[in-house]
Design a protein around this ligand. Structure first.
Ligand SMILES: [Mn+2]
Length: 334
């Protein structure tokens, strides 16, 4: 998945500068944080200075343990001797409020998002990779060799979060399990990692799930479930109790359901609505999101619109309608 030419591109880029700002997308998840932490370690081993930056907010429970490694202040560095490495994200605007401060530096992108769009010369983008951490592991191993224990734990954590603890991987994922095996042999612990990812949830987050279940709306022959988190609910529970991962799991396992659409207000900009799609294997929701200026993966995509939740819902359903029509006679459905 990462070839010699990729490594050459990367090492050539790194050799041109001494200081690196390493940054991932706003609202970081485990893969984003872990891939940037491992990259910082790699750059240190290559004799470079690395600064870990994230716009935050650190909302997801499992990301809190990594927050201490990051600053939201972009250091002011010598522009002739410094560059930016962006991981798990390809678009500057997805970096959040640190985007402007890093825009002037030369940049290299390492990402696995389907809609990723970046210059060939300064990027390694593999939509087939289940996690950015997997790409970083391959780069790290090609440059340094065996992964040390602390970085193995970090990379394994990121791989597990983005792959749904390997549940999203298919029959072509032998090389990913081989890579995971190397991480475990270096000291990563699957049981402990699963414990960290799946435990420590606040009781209120279970009540939030109950509230969301009561708002399920079944559309398009019950193939789509739409849920809107109204403003009063968001205020009552706060973003910390918004366990969308569990919500999607619990909805996508319902017989006949092919996709889930969850719409809420942006926590910082109430005039913006944030919509997320999740889908079962054969249904491509990134195509729906892309039609409205969003993006993501085949089975997980999203978009932001400058309008109310109600307006967003009607605009998205209007576009989604065609996709569900097209899918009506899918051979995969009995
Ligand atoms: Mn990722």
């Amino acid at each position: 998945m990462v070839c010699e030419n990729d490594i050459k591109k990367f090492t050539n880029f790194v050799s041109c500068y001494n200081n690196f700002i390493i940054v991932g997308h706003k609202g970081p998840d485990g893969d984003c944080l872990c891939s940037t932490i491992a990259l910082a370690d790699l750059l240190n081993r290559m004799g470079k200075q690395a600064f870990l930056v994230s716009a935050g907010p650190f909302v997801k429970e499992e990301t809190l343990i990594f927050e201490k490694h990051f600053t939201s202040e972009v250091p002011d560095l010598d522009k002739n001797d410094s560059a930016v490495i962006i991981a798990d994200c390809s678009e500057l605007h997805r970096l959040g409020n640190v985007a402007d401060s890093v825009a002037d530096y030369p940049r290299f992108i390492i990402d696995h998002h389907k809609t990723a769009d970046a210059s060939e010369d300064f990027s390694i983008i593999r939509p087939k990779s289940p996690a950015t951490c997997f790409l970083v592991q391959l780069i790290y191993e090609k440059i340094v060799g065996k992964i040390p224990e602390n970085i193995a734990k970090v990379l394994f954590f990121g791989l597990c979060t983005d792959s749904g603890f390997f549940r999203y991987l298919e029959d072509d994922s032998g090389p990913i399990f081989e890579a995971a095996s190397r991480l475990v042999q270096s000291g990563a612990n699957p049981k402990r990692t699963y414990g960290i990812i799946s435990s420590g949830k606040p009781a209120e987050s279970r009540k939030w799930l109950g509230e969301m279940f009561s708002r399920m709306e079944f559309l398009f022959d019950d193939k789509l479930i739409c849920i809107c988190e109204e403003e009063d609910v968001a205020k009552r529970f706060g973003s910390n109790n918004r366990d969308t991962a569990t919500l999607y799991d619990q909805l996508l396992c319902i017989k006949g359901v092919e996709a889930v659409l969850f719409i809420r207000q942006d926590d910082r900009e109430p005039s913006i609505s944030v919509s997320s799609f999740r889908s079962v294997e054969h249904f491509d929701v990134s195509a729906i999101a892309a039609e409205l200026g969003g993006g993501g993966h085949k089975n997980a995509a999203g978009l932001s619109l400058n309008c109310t939740i109600e307006e967003a819902k009607s605009r998205i359903l209007n576009v989604a309608k065609d996709f569900f029509d097209k899918n009506r006679n899918s051979p995969l459905k009995s």
